[in-house]
Design a protein around this ligand. Structure first.
Ligand code: SF4
Ligand code: SF4
Ligand code: SF4
Ligand code: FES
Length: 949
């Protein structure tokens, strides 16, 4: 197979880090390695491959297969090289006639209980057992197959993505160890002893009934065809691979897309990926089939009215029509009557071009991005306090953390690969504080237990962070030296006085937050005194009316405790979508040019005016909610929407759809006829991440390559479509390749000046800032000084949300995601991931359910001040009394029909996490759901009419 970055060496055991070096001789060759290294790894460093089956270099050595025996001068016997550590002066021999004999004997025993169907086996050519039989020179098997064997063992095909065929199992335990060490789920064990040993998911259950979360680590680890991807079983082994980056969450895992012809056969997590180190989750590993799903729209389409059937047209006609409509609207209604919304699912290059089109071709600043509805408060809060709108650490930093505080995030579902990484550190002894209204899995999972779970009422984050700060300051636990040396002393003093006030004490805030004061005090003491303290947070922080305030509160806490500027600490937003960080970096907000520079700033605007060759509007443009309001008041008429499904993802659906209906030209660029496209007049077929070149920037500011694996089904990469639309609007963008777009970004953005495709390909990925000061990027920020110079403490007064519970709406609804699905579900709903989550459900506490006569699995109506929908109930103690919870992955659920338009005071990020509702048993769907169903059927019929035309 060919790979762009070929480093497929398996060193057998993990690398060790040590200040001491050990020198020894292997097969007459001297080698020096860190103390603690295995003989197997030392040999591999020399290029000497020792036969092995149970060892692989992402798992600790186990020493079960006895194939890796070596001879050591002066020692008796034949020790296993995977479990024997190097010693100074050792003389080791890896190849002798005796060793060859022993290894052949071991292999013979394995093969005598293994099907001899290599030629027809799905792993043929990609099987370590087969390779080892060749490596040890096994030519015959003396033992017959008549005795007791496992050849008739029954396959487990319960998992939609991989098959478990125990007849091929050599009981090497790599799968079991991968599930424990890499994934941290502990779903597998070896059941029985000796000959009867078998791999057992759960209690000898099928995989789908066990605790397995389908991350694929065991499949990856299996050296035989026992655990095998169904896609490989069906299509055969791949013949080439391309390194690219997962298009789902903000972890940004690197994958080898393995391809046969133009067909993707397997997505293998890339061992040298800096964000994932060879691990994956069910989405990136298996849920890529949507890219070739039959629902893909691959021809451009237009229509005059949304009640007309779609008409397939040429690219030229579709782009020409869209451009003429936008021009008409600007002539009739003014320059500001059109705008665009880009998506965090797009590449950096695509989002950059979207904002450039709006600013240079539309001539206004009406560009916004879906980060508005997730992490815009992160940008605001971190910029205000530390001077940079991004997380401070790389993921690997967590290896040095002693106390991990997770606020409003659910990493095992939202950021699963990082969660596995974090769990490894927790198993090593780091302590855990969770601040979340809901009992997320990390509160208690195998070998991981939170020391504190502050189960606060939704909407009271700021009160909690102030109470934590109160304890830190009033109990003398602040890191005065750090705070005074690194931060503005005036702001520090003011903040100390503010948080020390009695009203911020845990005792005073207990009434507001519902969290016992003693727990808040304990958590604050642990965080301030437990060593390196790292804070990870998610949308449970940002999606509130005080989202920006809370981000500043978190930054204050980190600055006051000295937890910034080195490994193991920091303030780390866990970004939801793959390119939330990048879309913000690229100037997708209406008030900011790329690199977070305000449009009002004359020198910045002058720089871009020179580069773009046009005058730029100095007035900030419309944010997404303002676009909706302006559409309803008749001043906003045309929208270019790339990769974003606002009709499903934005709050108060009925308001959003009314705004869409009020516009005269909506252009949607996407893979599928999503909810927003049902209101569109022009459809440009977009390209999936497998069909284009570009880059994504993950939650740790890591710019990673997205590389074309197959040709775009619609014929064009997304950046090409935007460039052609711009040209049709009269502003040509003559790029030949996205690398040229990145070169332009680098020229215009100080934090990106050192970034290029050549460097990304050479290093694998780059964390910005990357410039003369940091030519290979910056894993940890704010080391010596903060980006803004001195850190600035901000006062964070708690203001209760206007969304109040009362007798009519006595419960608080909060929302979140689930592991198997991704946001609006447009991609994951078109994969077998629906086997795990086929519908959104409403979690409700048993007390609240009983009060209302609600039983598990029954339909319930949920009514808020904004609207009403129905879901089936899941009665569970995961939520506290008074709080209900749902996911929002299925459009017909209408989760956003209920959410309101309340939003963050600074950024308008919607308050998805707090909606006052009432819940009651119902027997029919809501009025909105009936209308939704009817509208969807009508729109699908209009789409079908296109085929007939
Ligand atoms: S797929 Fe992942 S979670 Fe499931 S058994 Fe394998 S390693 Fe464990
Ligand atoms: S399933 Fe594969 S990895 Fe697991 S014990 Fe069997 S051969 Fe080894
Ligand atoms: S953790 Fe995120 S980036 Fe990694 S494979 Fe899963 S969805 Fe993709
Ligand atoms: S590889 Fe060393 S005992 Fe299996």
């Amino acid at each position: 197979m060919t790979a762009i970055y070929a480093n497929d060496i398996d060193y057998g055991t993990p690398a060790r880090v040590s200040g001491r070096t050990v020198t020894l001789t292997i097969d007459g060759m001297p080698v020096s390695v860190p103390e603690g290294t295995s003989l197997m790894r030392a040999a591999a460093e020399l290029g000497v491959g020792i036969p092995k089956l149970c060892a692989t270099d992402n798992l600790e050595a186990f020493g079960s297969c006895r194939l890796c025996l070596v001879e050591i001068e002066g020692r008796k016997g034949y020790p296993a090289s995977c479990t024997t550590l190097v010693e100074n002066g050792m003389k080791v021999r890896t190849q002798t006639p005796k060793l060859a004999d022993l290894r052949r004997g071991v292999m013979e025993l394995y093969i005598s209980d293994h099907p001899l169907d290599c030629l027809t086996c799905s792993a043929n050519g990609d099987c370590e057992l087969q390779d080892m039989a060749g490596a040890v020179g096994l030519r015959e098997v003396r033992y017959g197959f008549d005795g007791k064997n496992h050849l008739k063992a029954v396959k487990d095909t319960s998992n939609p993505y991989f098959t478990f065929d125990p007849s091929k199992c050599i009981v090497c335990s790599r799968c079991v160890r991968a599930c424990e060490e890499v994934q941290g789920t502990y779903a597998l064990t070896i059941d029985g002893r000796g000959f009867d040993s078998v791999v057992s998911p759960g209690q000898l259950q099928p995989f789908m009934e066990s605790e397995c979360v389908s991350c694929g680590a065991c499949v990856q680890a299996c050296p035989t065809a026992t655990l095998m991807d169904n896609s490989v079983i069906e299509a055969g082994t791949p013949d080439r691979s391309v390194i690219t980056t997962c298009a789902y969450c903000g972890v940004g895992c690197a994958f080898e897309a393995e391809v046969k012809g133009s067909q993707v056969v397997r997505m293998t997590p890339y061992k040298n990926g800096h964000a994932n180190h060879g691990h994956s989750c069910v989405k990136g590993r298996f849920a890529w089939g949507y890219a070739t799903h039959r629902d893909r729209i691959t021809k451009p389409m237009i229509r005059k009215k949304i009640s007309d059937p779609w008409q397939e047209v040429s690219w030229e006609e579709a782009i020409g029509y869209a451009a003429s409509e936008f021009k008409r609207l600007q002539q009739e209604y003014g320059r500001g009557s059109v705008g665009a919304i880009s998506s965090s699912r797009c590449t950096n290059e695509e989002t950059y071009l979207m904002q450039k089109l709006v600013r240079a071709a539309f001539g206004n600043n009406n560009i916004d991005t879906c980060a508005r509805v997730c992490h815009s408060p992160t940008g605001f809060g971190l910029k205000a306090t530390m001077g940079e709108s991004a997380g401070t650490q790389d993921f690997d930093s967590v290896r040095e953390s002693d106390v991990i505080m997770i606020i409003g995030a659910n990493p095992t579902d939202g950021h699963p690969v990082f969660a596995s990484h974090m769990k490894r550190r927790l198993r090593e002894g780091a302590r855990l504080i969770i601040i979340d209204p809901r009992r997320i899995d990390l509160v208690r999972s195998p070998h991981v237990e939170a020391q504190y779970h502050l189960k606060l009422r939704p909407g009271t984050n700021v009160a909690i962070v102030n109470a934590l700060a109160h304890v830190v300051v009033t109990e003398g636990l602040a890191n005065e030296e750090f705070a005074r040396a690194r931060c503005e002393v005036d702001s520090y003093e003011q903040w100390k006085e503010f948080v020390s006030r009695p009203e911020h004490s845990p005792e005073a805030t207990e009434e507001i937050t519902g969290v016992p004061a003693a727990e808040v005090r304990g958590a604050a003491r642990l965080f301030a005194t437990g060593g390196n303290g790292a804070i990870y947070y998610g949308l449970g922080v940002t999606e509130h009316s005080q989202g920006s305030t809370m981000v500043m509160g978190i930054a204050n806490l980190a600055m006051a405790t000295g937890n910034l500027g080195r490994e193991g600490v920091g303030v780390n937003p866990l970004r939801g979508q793959n390119n939330v960080q990048g879309s913000c970096d690229m100037g997708s907000f209406p008030h900011e040019l790329p690199g977070y520079r305000h449009v009002l700033d004359d020198p910045t605007r002058a720089l871009f005016e020179t580069a773009y060759g046009v005058a730029l509007d100095p007035e900030p443009g419309l944010r997404i909610p303002n676009m909706f309001d302006a559409a309803l008041d008749g001043s906003f008429k045309g929208l270019y929407l790339e990769g974003e499904d606002i009709a499903q993802s934005d709050p108060n659906t009925q308001h959003v759809t009314a705004s869409l209906e009020a516009m005269e030209c909506i252009v949607v660029q996407d893979l599928f006829l999503n909810e927003s496209a049902k209101f569109a007049h022009v459809f440009f077929p977009g390209s999936s991440f497998l069909e284009k070149n570009g880059t994504f920037t993950n939650a740790e500011r890591r710019i990673s390559p997205v590389r074309k694996v197959m040709e775009p089904l619609g014929g064009k990469e997304d950046w090409e479509i935007t460039a052609e639309l711009s040209a049709a609007l009269g502003y040509p963008m003559p790029y030949r390749h996205p690398s040229e777009i990145m070169d332009e970004i680098a020229r215009l953005t100080p934090t990106f000046t050192g970034v290029s495709y050549e460097k990304i390909d050479r290093l694998g990925s780059i964390q910005w800032p990357c410039n003369d000061k940091a030519p290979e990027g910056t894993p940890v920020m704010h080391r010596e000084t903060f980006v803004r110079g001195k850190g600035r403490f901000m006062l964070t007064e708690y203001v209760a949300t206007e969304e109040k519970v009362n007798r009519k709406y006595p419960l608080i609804l909060t929302t979140g995601r689930i592991l198997s699905q991704y946001n609006v579900g447009a991609q994951t709903r078109r994969t077998a991931n629906v086997d795990w989550h086929e519908e959104d459900r409403l979690e409700i506490h048993p007390h609240d359910a009983e009060d209302r006569g609600i039983k598990e699995g029954e339909w319930v109506g949920i009514v808020s001040r904004a609207g009403e929908t129905t879901l089936r109930a899941r009665v569970t103690e995961r939520v506290q009394p008074g709080v209900v919870y749902t996911t929002f992955h299925h459009p017909e659920s209408g989760a956003n029909v209920i959410t309101t338009e309340n939003s963050d005071w600074a950024t308008n990020c919607p308050e998805y996490k707090v909606t006052a509702v009432e819940v009651m048993p119902v027997f029919h769907s809501s009025e909105w759901q009936s209308r939704f169903k009817q509208f969807t059927e009508q729109q699908l019929a209009l789409l079908d009419a296109r085929a007939r035309a």
